[in-house]
Design a protein around this ligand. Structure first.
Ligand code: AAT
Length: 282
């Protein structure tokens, strides 16, 4: 019998991947965690039935969520990652020898444990000596932080369930406070394509704009996320992601990437007209 994983991208659209084997399934106190193995995408894990990471396309998401802000502000020393229990974001951050400290706040310890066991490709740098793990709600964690981080990366689930608080005004205001004078906030910013994701995206963008003077949106193609067209939010107190990009400097670091490069960095901020309209006129 053939086994297929199916995600409903809308009420009228489904996305399926043929499964070789289901490797794990359990309910944590927060969500249902499943791990599958497939021919096309390798191993992948889902939370409450929604795709989080596949071995084959995770490089796109993790390159873009990390290297864009790092190239815009190469003197970043202290980083906060919220969510990101698979470890992919931390893995990319640890490639910068200039980063001194990484705090990762993941609400669900079971995600980290499961990824350490089944997805070593993303989890392998969670034991780097610069990394401290906190198993808490990111919304609460940032409340007490002030002027502490150069970069906050919100590597969260979509705004349903435990991830909901990470799309609120309160959260973005506290991130602003937790950032240093030249701090940057990057978040996974949903998709502009299907209505329900686009609504979440517009709402998030509007809220971030209430606190941060510079707000931009950039894009990537992520085959296993709904519609494949995914956005990231770049918000900062001072740094401009294009004007402040020192391509020569980033290239001199010798960090080898499969997706990101400094040309693509600039190009990723060039948005389709329908997306520009959504974020400028909302
Ligand atoms: N690196 C890509 C993987 C993710 S997973 C997002 C993580 O955010 C999950 O492990 C989840 O447990 C964690 N999370 C959710 N809510 C909170 C919270 N309030 N505080 C801390 N961590 C939280 C991102 C996938 C993006 C999917 C896009 N469709």
């Amino acid at each position: 019998m053939e086994l297929w994983y199916t995600e409903e991208h809308t009420e009228n659209v489904r996305f399926s991947i043929k499964i070789k084997k289901q490797l794990y399934s359990a309910n944590s106190p927060y969500q249902k965690i499943d791990v599958f193995d497939s021919e096309e995408f390798g191993r992948f894990f889902t939370l409450d039935g929604l795709m989080m990471v596949t071995e084959k396309d995770e490089f796109i998401y993790h390159d873009m969520i990390v290297h864009v802000p790092m190239a815009a502000k190469p003197d970043t020393k202290k980083v906060l990652v919220i969510g990101g229990g698979d470890g992919g974001t931390v893995r990319e951050l640890t490639r910068y020898s200039s980063i001194e400290e990484i705090h990762m706040v993941e609400i669900d310890k079971m995600v980290v444990d499961v990824c350490r066991e089944f997805l070593p490709q993303t989890a392998l740098k969670l034991d780097d000596p610069r990394v401290s793990l906190y198993f808490e709600d990111g919304l609460k964690f940032v409340r007490s932080r002030q002027n502490e981080y150069d970069l906050i990366i919100v590597d969260s689930t979509d705004p349903f369930g435990p991830g909901e608080g990470l799309f609120t005004k309160e959260f973005y205001g506290n991130c602003f406070k937790a950032l240093s004078e030249e701090g940057i906030l990057v978040n996974q910013h949903e998709s502009p394509y299907y209505q329900s994701y686009a609504n979440a995206m517009k709402r998030a963008h509007k809220r971030i704009k209430e606190y941060f003077p510079n707000c931009r949106v950039y894009q990537a193609h992520i085959p296993t996320y709904p519609s494949g067209h995914w956005l990231f939010g770049f918000a900062s107190k001072k740094v401009d992601p294009i004007l402040d990009l020192d391509a020569e400097k980033w290239n001199s670091l010798g960090i080898e990437t499969k997706y990101y490069n400094t040309e693509l960095h600039k190009g990723s901020f060039a948005l389709p007209n329908y997306v520009k309209e959504m974020i400028e006129y909302e």
